[in-house]
Design a protein around this ligand. Structure first.
Ligand SMILES: Nc1ncnc2c1ncn2[C@@H]1O[C@H](COP(=O)(O)OP(=O)(O)OP(=O)(O)O)[C@@H](O)[C@H]1O
Length: 527
């Protein structure tokens, strides 16, 4: 982390790459594997199956961490996402988004295959971490809510309330950033409530079969968790927000052979992803204008890319030679995203929160009930003391009625109070010994993750330094030896220069090709 000119701390977007195993289809088609991953160095090596010369043979990319087909869901979560969710629970905004070609494992990484075993992806594991934290935190009150939306054909849909009557629109606000109006916010009181919301939303999400993936996500989906936390009767609240994003995959019309509605969907998906690419590019280049407004997706991710958030981008790729071009495009975007700097600020001492409103309303109702009860007691007592023979029946009846009415009012207020209190969660309902063990385990996991990150960083630095030091360490016995050494170095540098030149040429060709493809699919979709 370094300090920016505005005085806030800069934190780079963390970029990790995950390569899935060969699919059955790819194995049957005798596809060749072209990926080598070096998890200890954070390096991905891609072999070019169409290489025409030595310079084109392999490409190396370095990331914060890389995961191959042997990686586990738990390993990936513990090492990368767990520390981010810890920050969210400390009042930061966080975002995890999966990016990549269709069928490369974005949904597998985000949701996983099953809810309750090793197959669990990032989303259910984040639920588990959040609720484990709440359940062992004493002295705090929490208000937890979730929202779930998808962007389908450039329209925002509420996945928790599909029959929405009001139009959902994007708005911007200084405190809240970019948000969607009228989006349903579901209060959750447990992990089970969150799972329920996720299941409802997933059921409502638009998916369909394509040539590349039988259950392809046809929309970009954002699951947002908002955690408000405060001490009882406190005047300020901390707010953590977590965006979990599963993007639709990019796909080539030429490969998918999409027509009709599938083609229209693909055109919109590719357009939004290309806007995302442009935003990443502009941010990486430090451009004066960042084109967030080009799509709803980029507007919604505005805070996550270049704003107030800690962000992890998971770039998913496949291992097969036939996807070489798409793999390279994904890796290039991911590589650029590494230089995006965010300015995460802890959301503490926040005044206009639902939790604060709720706490104040609860206090008001409690006082009101107390006053009413005192009134009832007093009326009852006076009636008992002054009640006399000469008081007529209608007066007595009137008083009894008043008393009864007061009691009904109090019971109504008590009901209201219970409903409000029920929305909040009081932390720390675990037995102390369990709490302690869990806390230890959590700290250990975070320490291991930090150690692993440090190891990769050190390894990357060592490799850089080795290159520089090699020359300094050399003691030459003769002038000829020195000349030979320099010639070798020149050869190496020339090779590297050629491969950078090739990379620029490839990028340009790729740019021209994808522009043409977008234009072609726009034309076909318009027909
Ligand atoms: N790391 C992995 N290990 C095992 N299987 C995987 C892995 N990643 C993906 N798969 C499998 O590959 C297939 C495609 O994955 P998935 O649906 O997650 O892709 P996607 O990127 O979300 O695709 P789309 O963009 O079309 O929605 C699925 O059958 C999934 O189970």
């Amino acid at each position: 982390m370094d300090k920016s000119s505005s005085g806030f701390y800069n934190e780079a977007v963390q970029v990790i790459v995950r390569c899935r195993p060969m699919s059955q289809k790819e194995i049957q088609a005798d596809c060749v594997g072209i990926i080598k991953a070096y998890p200890n160095r954070g390096v991905i090596e891609v072999q070019n199956p169409k290489a025409r010369n030595e310079n084109e043979k392999t490409k190396l990319f370095t990331f914060d961490s890389v995961y191959d087909w042997n990686s586990t869901q738990q390993g990936l979560y513990d090492e990368t996402v767990r520390p981010l969710v810890s920050s969210v629970l400390d009042g930061y905004n966080g975002c995890v988004f999966a990016y990549g070609q269709t069928g490369t494992g974005k949904t597998y990484t985000m949701e996983g295959t099953k809810e309750f075993d090793e197959g669990q992806g990032v989303v259910p594991r984040a639920f588990e971490q959040i609720w484990a934290h709440i359940n062992r935190t004493t002295g705090l009150e929490f208000l937890v809510s979730v929202r779930y939306l998808e962007i389908y054909m450039e329209e925002i849909r509420d996945l928790l309330k599909i029959k929405h009557v009001k139009t959902l629109e994007l708005r911007e606000d200084n405190g809240q950033g970019v948000y969607v109006t009228h989006l349903h916010s579901q209060t959750c009181k447990s992990e089970a409530d969150m799972f329920k919301a996720m299941r409802i939303g997933n059921h409502n999400r638009t998916t369909g079969a394509t040539n590349m993936n039988e259950h392809s996500s046809r929309s970009h989906a954002i699951f947002q968790i908002v955690i408000e936390m405060a001490e009882k009767n406190s005047k300020s609240v901390k707010v953590g927000k977590l965006n979990l994003v599963d993007l639709a995959g990019s796909e080539r019309q030429s490969k998918t052979g999409a027509t009709g509605d599938r083609l229209k969907e693909a055109t919109k998906i590719n357009k939004a992803l290309s806007s995302l690419g442009n935003v990443i590019y502009a941010l990486a280049e430090n451009s004066a204008h960042i084109p967030y407004r080009d799509s709803k997706l980029t507007r919604l991710l505005q805070d996550s890319l270049g704003g107030n958030s800690k962000t992890i981008m998971i770039a998913n790729i496949g291992p097969a030679s036939m996807n070489y071009d798409e793999t390279i495009i994904t890796l290039r975007y991911a590589y650029r995203a590494k230089s995006i700097k965010n300015q995460p600020i802890k959301n503490e001492d926040i005044k206009n929160t639902k939790l604060l409103e709720l706490q104040q309303e609860i206090e008001r109702l409690k006082k009101l009930i107390e006053e009413k009860n005192r009134g009832i007691e007093l009326t009852g007592q006076i009636e008992y003391e002054v009640s006399s023979e000469d008081e007529d029946d209608s007066e007595k009846e009137e008083k009894v009625k008043k008393l009864e009415l007061g009691k009904v009012e109090v019971s109504e207020l008590a009901k209201q109070l219970k409903t409000l209190e029920n929305q909040m969660v009081h932390g720390g309902n675990l037995v102390d010994s369990v709490k302690e063990n869990e806390l230890k385990l959590e700290q250990q996991r975070i320490e291991i993750a930090a150690r692993k990150r440090r190891e990769i960083e050190i390894q990357q630095k060592i490799e850089e330094e080795e290159e520089n030091c090699h020359e300094l360490k050399q003691v030459f016995a003769s002038l000829q030896q020195a000349v030979d050494f320099k010639r070798d170095k020149l050869k190496r540098l020339h090779g590297r220069f050629q491969s950078v030149k090739q990379e620029i040429k490839d990028s340009h060709e790729e740019y021209v090709r994808s522009r043409k493809e977008i234009e072609d699919s726009n034309d076909s979709a318009a027909m």
